[in-house]
Write a protein that binds this ligand. Structure first.
Ligand code: GLU
Length: 480
């Protein structure tokens, strides 16, 4: 049997860290099962809660899934476009006596629950409108639109075979006759999920363990539709992610939408790597490429306990990925970050060069972009404080010598450029600082930049010489 998994977010906000991990596990389980192209990964937008669902949230989720490159198969399903289908299934269940119209008012239902509580029982609907052999139902009240309730089995057990939590058994007497359609005809959440999972042929439901309570209800409805011997999906309820204070991860922990991590300069591969390890391990390996995750991931090895989100570790994983990613594969993210800083239209070759120099010295792509800005921004002024401190009467002459040394280099690279700079310091019997700081100010306008090798390598020969020329005359005028 080939595997079909799904990710089924409710579009009430952005894709958060927990949702992204669920999506990743579902994607991995589909893609890692039985070789490429075998499993299917379905994306379903659960937008039936019309008050809380928004188009912006749908878009935010799709953007985040695209950025993470968790590609789904086939069309994207929207529950709001499937209402006719849900209505048909509800009619079928009523016809088969597996669901029924209930005319009890909200007050009556509350009173039933109260009565059950008073007897020390679980608050439940008392079955007034449930058809039973030999029972005569009350006359439907005029002018009342009924809700539709599912006739939950009155005895027996429902067993969840959970790949993460093991078997969970619930007595059906604990379960209410769930409302599956409201008085206005709209289907309810648990019902839509069941019809969808059935229609979409889902074999594995992988989701957060906040849904465990829904599962026995969903299994009973599903059994009513496919029969007791019909195929049921296998469930895997993934434990939640906690913040460092042991509370459920939330905005307070800075863990907001996935795309915030993009803004902060994380690589999608690094975020996925970090997320896959939150609750799953393969020996003591920490760093995984996407291919390695696909090779080793096994949903049955997901651990049952909650895991704790650790931003420092995420940053470390990101840095490791920056180091191991080929410079040309960083171009897309670097371009995106530079564009946010107002720098557009840089060609791939230039960005590859920059990535090659910066990737070993930065923790994030955002930092790479910020620290490369000087390459694209002409020097319009020299920081007065830096000039006062570092530009002396001898500086223009030293810089002119540096300029000539650099112009004479056969090959332009950081090492050669830095050797030429050192040569000038040696020839003039001055410390490196007397030469290096003025060069920094000359080519960036200020005293802070990557090492002199990297700074000059990033700028390139032409731009370095142009900026040095300009600084020589500017500083000469200043000190002359
Ligand atoms: N729509 C649900 C959520 O966003 C997920 C439901 C499911 O996976 O069954 O929490």
């Amino acid at each position: 049997m080939s595997v079909v998994t799904r990710f089924a977010p409710s579009p009430t906000g952005y894709l958060h860290i927990g949702g992204a991990r669920t999506a990743l596990y579902s994607w991995l389980h589909a893609r890692a099962s039985g070789g490429p192209g075998d499993g299917r990964f379905v994306l379903r937008i659960e937008d039936t809660d019309r008050e809380r669902s928004t188009d912006e949230a749908v878009q935010a989720i799709l953007d985040a899934m695209a950025w993470l490159n968790l590609e789904h198969d086939g069309e994207i399903y929207y529950q709001t476009r499937r209402f006719d289908r849900y209505a048909d299934v509800i009619d079928r269940l009523i016809d088969e006596g597996k669901a029924y119209r209930c005319y009890s008012s909200a007050e009556e239902v509350e009173a039933m629950r109260e009565a059950a509580r008073a007897k020390g029982e679980k608050p439940k609907y008392d079955g007034t409108w449930r058809p039973m052999p030999g029972k005569t139902l009350p006359e439907p009240p005029a002018g009342v639109d009924p809700v539709i309730r599912f006739a939950t089995p009155l005895d027996g057990h429902t067993v969840i075979h959970d790949l993460v939590k093991g078997d969970i058994t619930i007595s059906n007497t604990e379960l209410d006759d769930l409302v599956i359609a409201r008085a206005d005809g709209s289907p309810t959440y648990n019902f839509c999920v069941v019809v969808d999972d059935m229609d979409m042929g889902i074999t594995h439901v992988i989701r957060g363990d906040d849904h465990v309570n829904n599962t026995p209800r969903q299994i009973n409805i599903l059994k009513a539709l496919v029969g007791d011997d019909g195929d049921l999906p296998v469930y895997a309820h993934v434990p939640m992610i906690l913040g460092s204070d042991g509370k459920r991860l939330s905005k307070r922990h800075g863990a907001v939408g996935v795309m915030r991590y993009r803004e902060e300069g994380y690589l999608p591969e690094a975020l996925l790597n970090y997320l896959v390890r939150l609750g799953w391990a393969h020996g003591d390996q920490e760093i995984f490429t996407r291919e390695q995750m696909l090779a080793h991931f096994d949903i049955e090895n997901v651990q049952g306990g909650a895991s704790t989100f650790d931003p420092d570790k995420l940053l470390w994983v990101n840095q490791e990925h920056l180091k191991m990613t080929a410079p040309q594969d960083l171009v897309g993210e670097l371009r995106w970050h530079l564009a946010r800083l107002g720098i557009d239209g840089v060609d791939d070759a230039r960005l590859t060069e920059i990535a090659a120099i910066q990737k070993g010295r930065c923790k994030t792509v955002r930092e790479m972009a910020e620290q490369s800005l000087f390459v694209f921004q002409p020097v319009t002024e020299y920081e007065p404080k830096a000039v006062k401190k570092h530009i002396k009467t001898a500086t223009p002459d030293l810089l002119a010598q540096v300029r000539d040394g650099l112009a004479a280099l056969d090959d332009w690279n950081g090492e050669a450029a830095s050797a030429a700079v050192k040569q000038v310091a040696t020839d003039n019997e001055v410390g490196m600082g007397k030469v290096a700081q003025p060069i920094r100010i000359a080519v960036t306008g200020g005293p802070v930049s990557p090492s002199i090798d990297d700074t000059l390598a990033l700028l390139g020969r032409d731009e370095t010489l142009t900026r040095l020329d300009a600084a020589v005359s500017e500083f000469a005028a200043l000190k002359g």
